[in-house]
Write a protein that binds this ligand. Sequence first.
Ligand code: PLP
Length: 397
Amino acid sequence: MDRIIYVDNNATTAVAPEVFEEMKPYFTELYGNPSSMYRFGGELGKDIEIARNKVADLIGSTYRDKDNKSSEILFTSCGTESDNAAILSALQLNPEKRKIVISEVEHPAILSLCKDIQRKGYIIELIPVDKKGKINLADVEKAVDANTAIVSVMWANNEIGNIYPVNEIAKIAHKNGALFHTDAVQAVGKVPINMDENEIDLLSLSGHKLHAPKGIGALYIRRGTRFRPFIIGGHQESSRRAGTENLAGIVALGKACELAKENIENENIVVKKLRNSLEIKIAEQISDIRINGDFENRLPNTASISFEYIEGEAILMLLDQFNICASSGSACTTGSLEPSHVLRAMGLPYTAAHGTIRFSFSRYNTQADVDFIVEKLPPVIEKLREYSPFWQDKDKK
Ligand code: PLP
């Protein structure tokens, strides 16, 4: 295949070669079931615990039980499962509380779940965001009350990269007797996380966003936090998540977390430089653009850029001809013609929200990728604007 310029790392990432090597034996010679009595299967349980500790290490959860196991990490199948498990557990354990507080810019793994829960009679209170996508803590104070079972606000937003004051929000939740969950699927491996130094109860993460494969995730459950299983069956994961373990995925996630921990600082410097270079060069060469998000507090790898008066999907199709892979809004909303709920919540005009592209970098991108995008993008935008009635009418007011 021709060279691919992959700048859609918030959608998914390449499996790191080191991770792939580590997981391979579990598809071939190490195929036993960790629940088996014989050593060929049973001994693989040790590999699960090694991986669990590596996940805990990346997010600064240092508690280990008498067998040196991190009991705060539960393996799941993905970020969506972790999000669903956290919210539904809180509701089941606190049946008298009928309210959930979330932000307007949550991923569909939280938002759509909450819409479904609302149909069952719960109150869903949405915390608004401002023009930069920021949350005002006073709005959180207003929304949370004694009827709130759980507050869930993402650590970092997948579309614009904003980082939210999750520990401050956790404190507000706790003051009101509510649990606090954060969807940290976009944050883990990209920003330092120290669970020993915050009061977050539950945190979701997903392997395929940090160079592990798809189909593996985890939920951090702070020691002492009650938890009701989401998937019920056998006794795996200390009876907190039934189903034969995805051993290869678990080992892969452990390795990916180990690599992320070793490289996070350097990697952040590299991806930030690439992201900033892209934003600066695009701003120099293309008029009528907006760069979205909170510049003081956003993921180092993410750029959300609106090219006014044209359609993001059309931009993506033309970029695809050059093997440039980016996305409009979040991958999960691609396919719908509605602009993303995040950009709408920020109050972006339709003419800008429709033409928004997200570029997200990883450790495998280079300056040559940025230069290639900056070479191909301006003529694409110019061509689309030539055909755009909105562009032609923009100065006629
Ligand atoms: N939460 C956020 C913020 C995400 O960006 C995503 C994936 O895009 C998810 C949850 C869902 O994760 P998964 O694909 O592992 O289910």
